[in-house]
Design a protein around this ligand. Structure first.
Ligand code: SAM
Ligand code: DTB
Ligand code: SF4
Length: 326
């Protein structure tokens, strides 16, 4: 069955459906394409922190804002290997490496990242990376090293993009996503709500994502973590109802995609998160830190999994090994 080409008007109609009906519809789509209650756990690791030349208004790692983030040069391969062991012991099936870079450069640091990818991959974890813009050639090298997915968010609608970032364009972002695809990697791309955007912008972002062919395998929906020192420090918290609406709409327009309830969970109740899972979220970042900001404690998340009857999705590599073993 071919994927529907949604119009902005149709997506807006979905977004504005009465909430209970919207959750019900999203839940039906979810059941058709996914296992209810199965949630993928990803672990995040900031391998190079702060000092970024870009001006993303939400980001505590941009060098030009005065935040409490301490700059840290690229981690060593053994340090990353140890972090991967800990993430695996904690039940993560995917590990995402983040670097505060504008773009990847062909230098020793990139070679080191390729080594990190090989090392984590050999442990049976899916490896994902988010390193800024990449060329097709760099994406191919990452794929050869065993990278599973590349995260590159479009962040908001095309119309709102310039209000949030001026140091690169929407087309730059789409171009990197295209390079990632051409290299045969899976695509992870989503955005943030709570930056002062309109409903039209939220719908516009989902519209752009829904039109990608193939659609992204995973779409993170972040609630802004307003960090002191960034231009968005005074943004009020996103109402949980907006998050539920956004996730439900994403689930309906991106039926097969893993929709990730990403940043901002620390400010959400367990009941609020339960509604997000009901509306089709089937992936989270677990571990006490996202890249630079806090996230719920691992034990708290495990308690939530127990209470809600959620199970963690196995890594692709582990499922394959079990199939082979019979
Ligand atoms: N530098 C790379 C880039 O921008 O693609 C990779 C790292 S960057 C921190 C990855 C994503 O994290 C951003 O695209 C944004 O969507 C998200 N993010 C950053 N700061 C955030 C914040 N304060 N609240 C919510 N999401 C945030
Ligand atoms: C994504 O969409 N969210 C993650 C991941 N991709 C790299 C990052 C969230 C960062 C939140 C702010 C911080 O901790 O610095
Ligand atoms: Fe740099 Fe990425 Fe933060 Fe933008 S989001 S300032 S590119 S680390």
């Amino acid at each position: 069955m071919s994927i529907k080409n949604w119009t902005k008007e149709e997506i807006m109609e979905v977004y504005n459906t009465p909430l209970m009906e919207l959750i019900y519809r999203a839940s039906e789509v979810h059941k058709q394409h996914h296992t209810i209650g199965e949630v993928q756990i990803s672990s995040l690791l900031s391998i190079k922190t702060g000092g970024c030349p870009e001006d993303c208004a939400y980001c505590p790692q941009a060098a030009r804002y005065h935040t409490e983030v301490k700059v840290h040069k690229l981690m060593s391969v053994p340090e990353v290997s140890e972090a991967a062991d800990n993430a695996k012991a904690g039940g993560a099936s995917r590990m995402c490496l983040g670097a505060a870079w504008r773009e990847v450069r062909d230098n020793k640091d990139f070679d080191k990242v390729l080594d990190m990818v090989k090392t984590i991959n050999s442990k049976g974890l899916e490896v994902c990376a988010t390193l800024g813009m990449v060329t097709e050639d760099q994406a191919k090298k990452l794929a050869e090293a065993g990278l599973y997915a590349y995260n590159h968010n479009i962040d908001t609608s095309e119309e709102n993009y310039n209000n949030i970032i001026s140091t690169r364009t929407y087309d730059d972002r789409l171009n990197t996503i295209d390079n990632v695809r051409k290299a045969g990697l899976t695509v992870c791309s989503g955005g943030i709500i709570g930056m002062g955007e309109s409903e039209k912008d939220r719908v516009g972002m989902l519209y752009t994502l829904s039109l990608l062919r193939p659609q992204p395998e995973s779409v993170p929906i972040n609630a802004l973590v307003a960090v002191e020192g960034t231009p968005l420090e005074d943004q009020p918290p996103v109402p949980i109802w907006d998050m539920v609406r956004m996730i439900a709409t994403a689930r309906i327009v991106l039926p097969k995609t893993a929709v990730r309830l990403s940043a901002g969970r620390l400010s959400m109740s367990m009941e609020g998160q339960a509604l997000c899972f009901m509306a089709g979220a089937n992936s989270i970042f677990a571990g006490e830190k996202l890249l630079t900001t806090p996230n719920p404690l691992y034990n708290q998340d495990m308690e939530m999994f127990r209470i809600l009857g959620l199970t963690s999705k196995k890594a692709f590599a582990d499922v394959k090994a079990e199939e082979v073993a019979g």
